[in-house]
Design a protein around this ligand. Structure first.
Ligand code: NAD
Length: 499
């Protein structure tokens, strides 16, 4: 059986814990590899390697670091097909979607290619008599990233792309469910010219995560995953004096006003609700039609649209989406569908019991549609993270605005309308971190930043863009005086001011 190994100090390292986790092929249900789960001592090896590498890497001028990023980008593009197929074989998303996963990460690497500009400091000449003040951004040292299964290429690149370009060294703890692509990325980073130790990958579970959270040499932790664990990582990391950004779960709403282009909206909603089997933190699992007429029309068209969807194996180019990541996750999704039924929501399309001929043991589940979902229901409050679209009918714009604003999660939201004024007011007032106007999955471009509100993010710094640069650097401010040297400068016994 293939073993997915750690990648420490520039080379593959077999695990020593004797503990492994199965890596499935979600299309067939077969175990295709085992991944080593690290001990605290193995995490320490990776952190020490990073600490050694970081000193020289930080002293490498920013253009040279940017050149490594340019080369890394070229290598990923050259390996795109292989990486996408590997990603799909462990995650289950269709290959075109895996290419999108890699491409969105690459865009952060493109941003990182411009790091010399982003790291320029500030300078004030003559802040006082003969006094100049300047500020510089310096890397924090060793950073760590803990990432979820659903974007095994993009989310690691959000983190290490910016962190490494800023002059840090990095330890990545990717999801144990699809661990192979992150290792390939680290190998390509070495091939691109980064010194050994600048990017390490340790696999593992809570033991490895806790070792990173408690390690005194790790100065910054970036986490993306479910909210309870995000909250835990944030609290424990902060308690240990680290800076922590921790992105959590989501339950994004699509608001459909009566004047929306319904043909386009239905297609957008289908892609955003069911694409990648709903396993996206920016999916739209809730649709809120405003007014009875909108609800009736939307429901009819959505039923028809769902009938056109093809669920297939991840390398079937005609499939709209593939299997979910594990049997346990499929069963959890089915459980939530039953909860919705028990709570009194109307199950209009039931995706349970779907089986793909020839792949009966694969982790497939068909698309489901609920109508008459109410805000008090558990199936509405919780994140399901599967191909389930829940319709919550609203009578007015205000009611539709209130639903996402009062939901515990606040990652993304979209409004579909032709009314610019309504869209503008919605974008201004809604209590959600990322808003789409006729854009169903408003993941910001790499030079803006990604982050939700409320239980979708703990800590106050977003991923990538200048927020990422701020997270992975710390500011030093120098106040310098170059006196004439005649010994007549005055020294103050009160706090100095710039007179
Ligand atoms: P998860 O929370 O189960 O795992 C995330 C990471 O935490 C993994 O590396 C995992 O090994 C680790 N982990 C798991 N249990 C742990 C524990 N008890 N202690 C410490 N670490 C632990 O999430 P997942 O199932 O891999 O990913 C799906 C979740 O991620 C969804 O909730 C989704 O909304 C969320 N997500 C959020 C964003 C965002 O930007 N807000 C993006 C993608 C995914």
């Amino acid at each position: 059986m293939r073993e997915v190994m750690h990648f420490i100090d520039g080379r593959a390292v077999a695990g020593t814990s004797g503990r492994f986790s199965d890596v499935f092929n979600p299309n067939t249900g077969d175990v295709q590899a085992k991944v080593a789960l690290a001990t605290a001592a193995e995490v320490d090896l990776a952190v020490q390697s990073a600490a050694r590498a970081q000193v020289g890497w930080a002293a490498t001028n920013p253009q040279r670091r940017a050149r490594v990023m340019f080369e890394f980008k070229r290598l990923i593009e050259a390996n795109m097909n292989d990486l996408a197929e590997l990603l799909s074989s462990e995650h289950g998303k269709v290959v075109a979607d895996s290419k999108g996963d890699i491409q969105r990460g690459l865009e952060v690497i493109e941003f990182a290619c411009g790091i010399p500009h982003a790291l320029k400091g500030e300078y004030t000449e003559g802040a006082g008599p003969g006094i100049d003040v300047y500020s510089m951004r310096q890397p924090i040292g060793v950073g760590a990233g803990i990432t979820p299964f659903n974007f095994p290429a993009m989310i690691p690149m959000w983190m290490f792309g910016v962190a490494i370009a800023c002059g840090n060294a990095f330890v990545l703890k990717p999801s144990e469910r699809d661990p192979s692509v992150p290792v390939r990325l680290a190998e390509l980073m070495m091939e691109a010219g980064a010194p050994a130790g600048v990017l390490n990958v340790v696999h593992g579970d809570k033991t490895a995560v806790d070792a990173l959270l408690d390690h005194p040499v790790v100065r910054g932790i970036s986490f993306v995953g479910s909210s309870d664990i995000a909250n835990y990582v944030y609290a424990r990391g902060a308690q240990n004096g680290k800076r922590v950004q921790a992105m959590g779960g989501a339950k994004n709403h699509g608001i459909v006003l009566p004047d929306a282009d319904l043909d386009q909206t239905v297609k957008d909603l289908a892609g955003a609700a069911f694409g990648s089997a709903g396993e996206r933190c920016m999916a739209l699992p809730v649709v809120v039609p405003v007014g009875e007429k909108t609800a009736v029309e939307l429901r009819e068209r959505m039923i028809a649209e769902i009938e056109t969807l093809k669920v297939g194996v991840s390398n079937d180019a005609a499939a709209h989406y593939g299997p979910v990541v594990s049997a346990a996750h499929r069963d959890r999704i089915s459980g939530y569908i039953q909860t919705g039924v028990d709570e009194g929501a109307e199950l209009v399309v039931d995706g349970r019991g779907f089986a793909l001929q020839g792949y009966e043991k694969g982790f497939f589940i068909g698309p489901s549609l609920f109508d008459h979902v109410k805000p008090g229901m558990k199936s509405y409050q919780d994140e399901i993270f599967g191909p389930v679209l829940q319709m919550v009918r609203a009578e007015s714009f205000e009611e539709a605005l209130t639903l996402p604003s009062q939901h515990q999660y606040g990652n993304g939201v979209a409004i579909f309308t032709r009314n610019g004024r309504a869209a503008r007011e919605f974008a201004s007032r809604v209590e959600v971190g990322m808003v789409g106007v006729n854009v169903p999955i408003p993941v910001p471009v790499a030079y803006h930043t990604f982050g939700g509100w409320k239980r979708s993010a703990f800590g106050d710094t977003n991923q990538h863009g200048m927020e990422g640069v701020k997270f992975w650097t710390r500011v030093k401010t120098v106040t310098a005086r170059w006196p004439d040297g005649d010994g007549t400068g005055d020294s103050a016994f009160v706090i100095p001011t710039m007179r």
